[in-house]
Design a protein around this ligand. Structure first.
Ligand code: ZN
Ligand code: FE
Length: 254
């Protein structure tokens, strides 16, 4: 089950997905195939947090899936690997992914039992950044590429690369649940409301996000449909507008 951000209800997905909060604002994801019990950890930046949650549930982590090399996503790799997990991550960043066993490229598939995830190369935040798209389950793990009402900073890639990556993700079915790696939604929503004054959908979502965060509730996962309606980086009409908004967000203090 997963929390549907649009309706605030528990919805059945074909995978069990659990958020493990870590550091100041990271979400590490435990993903389990309920039929087979096979479990993956997505971006286990903090091994203590992710192993404690897996142990508490009696889940054995058989594999790690890394979206990119940043330490808040890979810092727990070796400790989880010591417990028997295989590490899969982007081939282009293999030299910086601790313990990597499987080098992934565009078009490769990952499996959690009989659930298949497509590997998409979505450069921008880092040059080798990948996403895992489980079409049948209707879920996508997007790391630091697409955030609720925002997108990752451009540490390595160009605006054109990130813009293309976001547009590609935005073409997934609107009900697709999007699992990003940080709880940045409140700051993103404030920027979105500033960047697109008069946008009713954004203003309404800002109110919802403020209320959720006041109650200390997560705002992730989001959906592709919500992002198409309220994410100023997804809705940017062209690369120039995207570039302007990304630069403005980098300097925005809410
Ligand atoms: Zn990152
Ligand atoms: Fe991160």
């Amino acid at each position: 089950m997963a929390l549907d951000a649009e309706h605030g209800q528990l919805v059945m997905t074909a995978l069990d997905i659990v958020a493990v909060p870590a550091f100041a604002d990271n979400y590490l994801w435990l993903v389990r195939n309920p039929a087979s019990g096979e479990t993956a950890a997505i971006d286990p930046g903090d091994s203590t947090a992710v192993l404690a949650e897996a142990d508490r549930r009696g889940w054995r982590i058989g594999q790690v899936l890394n979206t990119h090399w940043h330490p808040d996503h890979t810092g727990g790799n070796l400790a989880v690997r010591d417990r028997g997990a295989r590490i899969s991550g982007p081939a282009a960043e293999a030299a910086r992914i601790p313990g990597i066993d499987v080098h992934l490229n565009e078009g490769d598939k990952v499996h959690i039992g009989d659930h298949v995830g497509e590997v998409w190369e979505v450069p921008g935040h880092t040059l080798g950044h990948i996403a895992f798209v489980f079409r049948e389950a209707g879920v996508a793990f997007v790391g630091d590429t697409l955030f609720a009402m925002g997108c990752g900073r451009l540490f390595e890639g160009s605006p054109a690369q990130m813009f293309a990556s976001l547009k590609r993700l935005a073409e997934l079915p609107s009900e697709t649940l999007v699992y990003c790696a940080h709880e940045y939604t409140l700051a993103n929503a404030r920027f979105a409301a500033h960047a697109e004054q008069g946008n009713r959908a954004i203003a309404d979502r800002l109110v919802e996000v403020e209320a959720a965060r006041t109650r200390n509730e997560p705002t992730v996962p989001t959906t592709i449909g919500l992002e198409r309606a309220t994410n100023p980086f997804v809705t940017a009409p062209d690369i120039a507008t995207f570039t302007e908004r990304r630069a403005a967000k980098d300097n925005f203090r809410s």
